[in-house]
Design a protein around this ligand. Structure first.
Ligand code: S3P
Length: 425
């Protein structure tokens, strides 16, 4: 299919549930005592991988259509899986589950698709090993398949070389099974959903600056989770509404947790007109409706502590930068190289094909905005965020754009194309 339109975007959209929170709601519900009701759960392929892994470990999970009902079996209630735990394309499932499996009294193996098998797992193997876990990369290359055998764990203080919520969460989850407290110190604070959600289940998790400390409890007590809309998914509509002249879009029920909301800060710094309506949510996850109007964008610098708060939004920011006036510099974002694709490479390749002026660097990119893009034959590289970012690019590009394997959006946003079209009617 070709994608090409300059029609203004108008109307309202409700994006699906937050991916990070949906994964955690299933995992933490499974480890709690009692019944968990999850509303707003994201039924994207990644979160379905999490459900399937926990079903394999004896957790009863029912999808009623409007909610997920889950019967938790407590911290020590998981059953040994009879087979390898398959995590598909999901880094969050693979890394968080590794932390949980490290604390179990049974043996397990875990692996995913071709992309997962290339992504670095040493970042969880190393700290978990320091905690006493027996966790081995079967190929000896620091990647999946991982083989985990039962071992006694002890709490550690870990100075993480990367700001990664997946690494932090894997360690804290192993910490639930460790003797003594576990502390993770990050170079910059990554998303803090694990800390917030574990606290809501009665765990003692102290957050201070870039560090989080978990003191193990005997049990977690189930609560219901209401998953807010995913700000990473909302980003595509924010960008589309800002970029397509004459647009005005209301995006309802978006999670605006400060550790996730860097895109809003950057969009506003670039000159984007975004109004926050109906702010709500207290100690759990803050939420708002976002009213976005088309705006002339200018270049900016994105760096430092802001990077983890918008790590998944950097491909979309690159497209916005190409359409902006002036230069945008993205730095301190070497993590882009180890996502579902090497996003420094895949963003650069696609933007160059569209005629943009982009120079890749070791830890980001420099983009001289020209205010225009040309349609081209692009590749998603099977990366959902690349597919969605360049679909938005195609809306403002002159001429026709095609995107290979664009259905990979199902990983995080199965209804993406339909929701986008609904705003163009
Ligand atoms: C996630 C954390 C981020 C993010 C990923 C989801 C999570 O990865 O890119 O899409 O749910 O913890 P890192 O923590 O490795 O940066």
């Amino acid at each position: 299919m070709s994608l090409s339109s300059i029609k203004p975007l108008r109307g309202e959209v409700t994006v699906p549930g937050d991916k990070s929170i949906s994964h955690r709601a299933v995992m933490f519900g499974a480890l709690s005592k009692g019944k968990t009701r999850i509303t707003g759960f994201l039924k994207g392929a990644d979160c379905l991988s999490t459900i399937s892994c926990f079903r394999q470990m004896g957790i009863d999970i029912e999808d009623t259509g409007s909610e997920i009902l889950l019967q938790g079996r407590g911290l020590h209630g998981l059953k040994a899986p009879s087979d390898l735990l398959y995590t598909g394309n999901s880094g969050t499932t693979t890394r968080l589950l590794s932390g949980i499996l490290a604390g179990q009294s049974f043996e397990s193996r875990i692996s995913g698709d071709a992309s997962i098998c290339k992504r670095p797992m040493g970042r969880v193997i190393d700290p978990l090993t320091q905690m006493g876990a027996s966790i081995e990369s079967e190929g000896g290359n620091g990647c999946t398949p991982l083989h985990i055998t039962p071992s006694a764990l002890k709490g550690i203080t870990y100075n993480s070389p990367v700001a990664s919520a997946q690494v932090k969460s894997a360690i804290l989850l192993a910490g639930l099974y460790a003797e003594g407290s576990t502390t993770v110190i990050e170079p910059a604070l990554s998303r803090d959903h694990t800390e917030r959600m574990l606290r809501s289940l009665g765990a003692t998790v102290k957050s201070e600056g870039n560090s989080a400390t978990l003191i193990p409890e005997n049990e977690l007590n189930a609560v219901d989770f209401e998953v807010p809309g995913d700000i990473s998914s909302a980003t595509y509509f924010i960008a589309a509404a800002l970029l397509v002249p004459g647009s005005e879009v209301l995006i309802r029920n978006v999670g605006i947790n400060p550790t996730r909301a860097g895109i809003l800060e950057v969009a506003e710094k670039m000159g984007g007109n975004i109004e926050y309506l109906n702010r709500r949510g207290g100690e759990g996850e803050p939420v708002a409706d976002l009213l976005v109007r088309s705006s002339l964008l200018k270049g900016t610098t994105v760096e430092g502590d802001l990077i983890p708060t918008l790590i998944d939004e950097l491909p979309m920011i690159a497209v916005m930068a190409a359409m902006a006036e002036g230069t945008t510099v993205v730095k301190d974002a070497a993590e882009l190289k180890v996502k579902e694709s090497d996003r420094i490479m895949t963003v650069t390749e696609n933007l160059k094909k569209m005629g943009a002026d982009i120079t890749p660097t070791e830890n980001g990119y420099i983009i001289n905005g020209t205010g225009s893009l040309t349609g081209a034959a692009l590749d998603s590289y099977l990366d959902h965020r690349i597919a969605m970012s360049f679909t938005v690019a195609s809306l403002v590009a002159e001429g026709e754009t095609t995107i290979k394997n664009k259905e990979c959006v199902d990983i995080s946003y199965p209804g993406f194309y339909g929701d986008l079209e609904s705003l163009m009617r």
